[in-house]
Design a protein around this ligand. Structure first.
Ligand SMILES: NC(=O)c1ccc[n+]([C@@H]2O[C@H](COP(=O)([O-])OP(=O)(O)OC[C@H]3O[C@@H](n4cnc5c(N)ncnc54)[C@H](O)[C@@H]3O)[C@@H](O)[C@H]2O)c1
Ligand SMILES: O=C(O)[C@H](O)CO
Length: 317
């Protein structure tokens, strides 16, 4: 039987499915692999099931001549932590879990949109602190999200799922910036550039993949283009956003608020963001539901099974 390293504890069903085809080692720690662990993993296992935070960089692949590993089935759709070109050079196939994450992540985007527009975090903090004096007509007035204009940067699977929820659930007008036009069964206008989009919307959501191509795609100039009452949401990857520029824009009142599930230097979250009441901060919750994590794991395992049978990987990246 071929050997498989699963780099974090996963739902039992996922491990059981993998054990039918591989001799499985589950690393018990919940932290990312160290560089030494990654190098050792490439020398030791036929297959690896890594995830977010396991930074299989060019240097890590370069450190192992003729790796034993032939396949890496990433747990998650985002694979920007794996240098896929370096993996290919080392003769290693990489797969991910597209689709398994879409609805749950779109739901978290809507959670952030509503919480930030309607000041829910601030309200809850005041209530829990015992400082709520009771309802009155001019208290906690936020943005009424229904009927407003939503801008989506990256109209892929998750972007479209967010747009669908916003259009059908909240009557929002949808605009987007994407490399190509998308055919949808509801109105959605493609806008020429991210800056044009930023100028025109009340809520701007980022849903592009991370990686070198999108690093700081959202910078000070995008925040400067946004309207001062608009809010900014990121459910994609932290490094897509220049976090210092976001903090400066919030502090200067260039934008009205932000809702974040991901951070540039995750898990570090800047004190300046924590200090701002108009910012909603979630700990990378996008896919955090047992059935979703099970679905992601089973999809990763399907790729490993295909590899073990000598078949093409269904979700090769
Ligand atoms: N917060 C979470 O827990 C969580 C969960 C799942 C996914 N994610 C992130 O969300 C990302 C998107 O996932 P997906 O399944 O929707 O991916 P996808 O590939 O279906 O969609 C990405 C879209 O972005 C577009 N795009 C890429 N570069 C662009 C650019 N420079 N400008 C405009 N558009 C661009 C692509 O054309 C594509 O339509 C993942 O890569 C992952 O990093 C986060
Ligand atoms: O890319 C993904 O799928 C997520 O960020 C992990 O849940």
């Amino acid at each position: 039987m071929k050997t498989l390293l699963i780099t974090r504890p996963l739902p039992e069903t996922v491990i059981a499915a993998a054990q039918e085809h591989y001799a499985v080692t589950v690393r018990p720690e919940t932290t990312p692999l160290s560089e030494a662990e990654m190098i050792e993993s490439l020398q030791t296992y036929d297959a690896i099931l890594p995830t977010l935070g396991d930074r299989y960089s060019e240097d890590v692949f370069a450190a192992v001549a003729g790796p034993k590993t032939k396949v890496m089935a990433n747990f998650g759709v985002g694979y920007n932590h794996i240098d896929v070109n370096a993996a290919a050079k080392a003769g290693i196939l990489v797969s991910n879990t597209p689709g398994a994450v879409t609805d749950a992540t779109a739901d978290i985007a809507l959670t952030l949109m509503l919480m930030t527009c309607r000041r829910a975090g601030e309200g809850e903090r005041i209530l829990r602190n015992g400082a709520w004096e009771g309802w009155h007509p001019t208290q906690f007035l936020g943005m009424h999200m229904s009927g407003k204009t939503l801008g989506i940067v990256g109209m892929g699977r998750i972007g479209q799922a967010i747009a669908r929820r916003a259009h059908f659930g909240f009557g929002m007008e949808v605009k987007y910036a994407n490399r190509s036009a998308k055919e949808m069964d509801f109105p959605a206008e493609q806008v020429g550039s991210i800056h044009e989009l930023a100028e025109q919307v009340d809520v701007l959501v980022v849903a592009v993949p991370g990686g070198a191509d999108t690093q700081h795609l959202i910078d000070a100039s995008v925040f400067a283009a946004m309207q001062s009452h608009a809010i900014f949401i990121n459910i994609a990857r932290g490094e897509i956003v220049d976090e210092a520029a976001l903090i400066a824009a919030l502090q200067a009142g260039e934008i009205a608020g932000a809702g974040l599930d991901v951070y540039e230097f995750e898990p570090k979250v800047p004190e300046a963001l924590i200090a701002m009441e108009n910012v909603t901060l979630l700990p990378h919750l996008g896919t955090a539901a047992l059935e979703v994590r099970t679905g992601m794991g089973l999809m990763a395992v399907d790729n490993l099974i295909a590899f073990a049978k000598g078949e093409a990987l269904p979700n090769k990246v």
